[in-house]
Write a protein that binds this ligand. Structure first.
Ligand code: GCU
Length: 445
């Protein structure tokens, strides 16, 4: 699955009867979605944009002249009390906390204060060859202690591949994968080396974490997985975490493991993902300051794209029953009665939470990938995160002009590149690795 058609489709008004008994995961999802609307006192949600039918009355907007109905964004450098943030310390101690609190409460949800410990075990070790490089691959399971609620088991799946000849700890790029391999087209004959081979060619290692082993990708699963375990099987409260934050939490637990593995340089771990996992990657990067670099692929709505933009996917789509589980319940409010302009934060501030660390915002071409992900909306989030990076003595994107396709803006710590392909990070890997090399000195293979 690359881009799910259902969520681009014309989800009928988010009114649910509530009378039908859940007979399937879909039924349970719909019931939970309705339950959340009831908790929030919402009768009806506005319809999402229709990305499939250009003649539909609610057809997604792809006209740039209509894309910015709300050009005023929250200022990342003004405190809630109106005071200007003028020092790195004020950013770190005051403003950053405010922004985190807003994202927690209204957008991605809160991680419970107390969660059970994760115990990591290597279940298999293999010597292999990837792209002509001798490697060691460890298969790992991160078992979450469920003694407090044994009905729910969470076993996080992770693989770690490092060059066999490495003389010491190496940088590692971790991908949110899909069942053990990358999320994207199935492997086939290709001209360019795989991303894994490209990473190994730098002398680095790579890891793949399986999001679904942390938290299911649907609303029915919210009483299971790590979110369910944290709630002892009870449904979510309005500000409880959603799947994006849960996937990011899992990535942080993998990073805990890397800190104990002598083959990994845990200070040089990058995080990468595409689409919904691109959203998870920027959430992981924003919240966990131990991640050294982020490669954020076509993350779109709920990711790096500005929520306030009217181009492609909208808040109303993400608040629908097919996607709401990614977010906090409170996010539904912005699809009725409130709108995106009422959000106390926007995605430029999510990028700003990554500061001062380097982050590459990646997207495919408008012709091939389409406009659903809103390439310019993600670029603008990068632009408007700039003042925070500058305050921290780092470089911003260097321009406010949307660049032509295949222009790598990689001079600063916020980077952007739109490649000429589809819904994939594939063609941007060489750019990302060159960018990362500036921060991770290559280790001799
Ligand atoms: C849909 C959805 C996007 C999401 C994508 C994905 O297109 O609308 O928000 O990123 O699916 O496949 O993850």
């Amino acid at each position: 699955m690359v881009v799910s058609q259902t969520s681009r489709g014309d989800e009928s008004k988010q009114k649910s009867s509530g009378a039908t008994q859940p007979t399937s995961a879909k039924g349970t999802t719909q019931q939970d979605h309705k339950r959340m609307m009831d908790l929030l006192n919402i009768k009806e949600l506005r319809r999402g944009a229709n990305g499939n039918d250009r003649t539909a009355p609610n057809a997604a907007n792809y006209d740039e002249s209509k894309a910015n109905p709300n050009p005023t964004l929250p200022d990342p450098l003004t405190l809630r009390n109106g005071k200007k943030v003028t020092t790195a310390e004020m950013w770190r101690k005051e403003r950053r906390q405010e922004i985190v609190e807003d994202f927690d409460r209204e957008v991605y949800g809160r991680v419970p204060k107390e969660l059970p410990k994760v115990g990591w075990k290597v279940t298999d070790t293999k010597n292999e060859e990837v792209g002509g490089v001798a490697t060691i691959t460890k298969k790992l399971i991160g078992h979450v202690d469920n003694s407090s609620f044994p009905k729910i088991t969470v076993d996080i799946q992770l693989t770690l591949t490092t060059p066999a000849a490495a003389k010491g700890p190496v940088p590692v790029i971790m991908e949110f994968g899909f069942g053990g391999r990358g999320f994207g087209p199935p492997p086939g004959p290709r001209a360019a080396p795989t991303w894994q081979a490209q990473v190994l060619a730098k002398g680095w290692g790579y890891a793949i974490i399986v999001p679904n082993s942390i938290q299911a990708d649907n609303g029915a699963g919210l009483t299971q997985g790590i979110i369910g375990l944290g709630n002892k099987g009870q449904p979510r409260k309005v500000d409880d975490w959603g799947a994006l934050r849960a996937w990011a939490w899992g990535a942080s637990r993998a990073l805990d493991y890397f800190e104990t593995d002598p083959t990994v340089d845990a200070k040089k771990v990058g995080i990468e993902g595409l689409s919904r996992y691109g959203k998870a990657a920027i959430v992981a990067m924003a919240y966990d300051e131990r991640f050294a670099i982020g490669f954020i692929g076509s993350s779109g709505a709920g990711g790096a794209k500005l929520h306030r933009r009217n181009f492609g996917e909208q808040v109303e789509n993400v608040a629908g029953s097919g996607e709401y589980h990614w977010m906090a319940g409170n996010y539904l409010k912005y699809a009725g009665p409130l709108t995106s302009k009422d959000l106390p934060v926007d995605s430029h501030e999510l990028v700003a939470l990554c500061a001062p660390r380097p982050v590459l915002i990646s997207v495919g071409s408008q012709q091939v990938e389409g406009g659903w992900v809103d390439a310019k909306g993600m670029f603008l989030a990068g632009v408007h995160a700039g003042p925070v990076y500058k305050l921290l003595d780092k470089k911003d994107l260097g321009t406010t002009e949307f660049p032509p396709q295949e222009t790598a803006l990689v001079e600063g710590e916020i980077a952007y590149r739109q490649h000429n392909g589809g819904h994939t990070t594939g063609p941007n890997w060489p750019t990302f690795l060159t960018f990362a090399e500036r921060y991770f000195k290559p280790t001799a293979p």
